[in-house]
Write a protein that binds this ligand. Structure first.
Ligand code: NDP
Length: 306
């Protein structure tokens, strides 16, 4: 049997450590008059979405963040969802709004995401917030890519001058994580379904991020010896087992560090959602206090990407 050499990057443990840090922040903010609040909107009965929403609500509970759940039937109209977003935008006790994707087909998710007040866009999907990411000023960065960066940072992975390869170019994972890696001075290549010689490109990667959605597509011998591998993929096999996009056992023999599935990127996505909610609440708190004292005080808010 093959021996595993790679260090396992334990996303669950790192997320738990972040939760401990965030509990303190939430308690302080609540004591000063602003309890962070997150509204989670779920339309329909998608089983995976229900699980994700449940995890987010539990995380809120552990941290002391107030969560407002809106579980709407699948036949809810686009108009109704937009009306709810307007109401949540106007509420002072809601600092973050998350609409669980995918939405039922009759609802245009782009229309819904753009309706969310940018300062409450804790998923970081509003096109203007996405734009901010490209000029390195992301106030609320998208959670999965931000979680990947946090994993790399907390594992002590040096990115400057390294070759990073991202497989997948989605708006929610591939493209934003590529921008974030670039910001940290990695030399970044983005691959997709038309990339020629994908194995060869992957073999050049010091840091490989796989965000494809195809079970174990990235083979062990595509991994450069000593590479750091971040597996974003979540794929349910017919036997019920959950696997990533990378052939984990074989890749572990060559990589220096690798994230498992489950227990790698997934928990970090939720931790970053909580972080963004706290950041949005801090900013709202600052604005409220500046307004209350006529602008003469100096409250600090969250720095971009903080
Ligand atoms: P998308 O389906 O939006 O994008 C998949 C990307 O993979 C596309 O860019 C596509 O290329 C590329 N791709 C597909 N087939 C190939 C191939 N044969 N060779 C090379 N590239 C290919 O997926 P997401 O980015 O939304 O998600 C990716 C995975 O990450 C999924 O398994 C998802 O469940 C998981 N995920 C996990 C999260 C977590 O918190 N753990 C959060 C978000 C996603 P093209 O553009 O050319 O079609």
């Amino acid at each position: 049997m093959a021996t595993m050499t790679a260090k396992i990057i334990d996303g669950k443990a790192i997320a738990a450590q972040m939760e401990e840090e965030m509990k303190v922040e939430v308690a302080e903010l609540t004591a000063s008059g602003t309890q962070p609040g997150l509204a989670v909107v779920l339309v329909g009965e998608d089983p995976a979405s229900k699980v994700y929403v449940g995890r987010k609500e539990k995380s809120c509970e552990r941290l002391g963040i107030k969560s407002f759940g809106y579980k709407l039937p699948a036949e809810t109209t686009e108009e109704e969802v937009l009306k709810l977003i307007d109401e949540l935008n106007a509420r002072e006790d809601v600092h973050g709004i998350l609409v669980q994707l995918p939405l039922p087909k009759h609802i245009d998710s782009k229309k819904v995401l753009i309706r969310i007040d940018r300062s409450k866009d804790v998923d970081g999907f509003h096109p203007l917030n996405v734009g901010c990411l490209f000029v390195d000023q992301s106030p609320l960065p998208p959670c999965t890519p931000a979680g990947i960066m946090e994993l790399l940072a907390r594992t002590g992975v040096e990115l400057e001058g390294k070759t990073a390869v991202v497989v997948g170019r989605s708006n929610i994972v591939g493209k934003p994580v590529a921008m974030m890696l670039l910001k940290e001075n990695a030399t970044v290549t983005i691959c997709h379904s038309r990339t020629k010689d994908l194995p060869g490109v992957c073999r050049s990667a010091d840091v490989l991020v796989a965000a494809v959605g195809r079970p174990e597509m990235i083979k062990g011998d595509w991994i450069k010896p000593g590479a750091v591998v971040i597996d974003v993929g979540v794929n349910r096999l017919e036997n019920g087992k959950l696997v990533g996009d990378v052939e984990f056992a074989a890749a572990s023999e060559r990589a220096s560090a690798i994230t498992p599935v489950p227990g790698g990127v997934g928990p970090m996505t939720i931790a970053m959602l909580m972080k963004n909610t706290i950041c949005a609440a801090k900013n709202a708190h600052t604005l409220k206090n500046i307004a209350a004292c006529g602008g003469g005080c100096s409250y600090t808010s969250c720095a971009p990407g903080d």
